[in-house]
Design a protein around this ligand. Sequence first.
Ligand code: MEV
Length: 318
Amino acid sequence: MLTVSAPGKVILFGEHAVVYGEPALVGAIERRVRVRIRALNQKVVRIRSDATGGVKSFSFEELEQGEDALRYVKRAVSMAFEEAGEKAGIELWISSELPPASGLGSSAAVTVATLKAVLTLLHEDVSRKKLASLAHRVELEVQGSASPTDTAAATYGGVLMVHPGRGIERLGAGEGLPLVVGNTRKERSTKLLVAKVRRLRESMPEVVDPIIGSIGTLTREARRCLENGELERIGELMNINHGLLEALGVSTQELSHLVYVARSAGAEGAKLTGAGGGGCILALARRKHEQVLRALGRECQAMPAEVTFEGVLLEDAE
Ligand code: MEV
């Protein structure tokens, strides 16, 4: 039996704009998805998941089919088989500390942890770079469109500056960032929200492209502030980023309400995080950390989000 875990993430800056080549600043958070794996004698892939409940078995061919809740796991298993050049009967148990479909990177974390678990079971030693790239391919195939942001955070941990098509920088900064997440508990589809922004951009590129460009500019400035510990200014940039995401049409009344609740309670800044349309907001709350947690807790599921520097991890092998 092997256990592999991978962390979720919060996008600090740059969601959606990163799909169009702008950078994103993302932090892995200490809430993890765990995948336990063991070999089976039958030629099936059996998946037990806390989130979907129960057990499902798939033939090797069935891994490529269906639009069900397990599609990231199934595609990650078949991609690991392709990479290893062999297939094996396996059983997977999946448990998660991350709410699903909430913008906290649960799909990326389960994809990375599953790939690593299957490849380790098949004695394939892959680098983190390779793992991140395989996981990104899984997300691309399942979602149709995806930046490497979430899969990079789940693989490497820490705070990353993602430059689409040009690589990923792991920053030394971000330890102890006083972050708070507010979860609307409204599940949403990243795929549909990315498609919504794409339609808006196609219908009026001259209006939308400058918004995307501004998000890129403020993300680069946020990185500088993060490295210099300028938290007040990071908060201001979060507020601007939220305004621009609203302009792209991915906020909701509830998300923006929570953003204002956090700001009114004393947060240095707040914005939606992830694809929007539901899911979570992220607040930077240094001076009034407890007040912000309490104020959000009255309106939604509120939790502190600690940046973790531990990416994908082989926790134990019996
Ligand atoms: C989703 O967490 C972030 C988006 O930018 C999509 C992506 O980067 O693939 C909305």
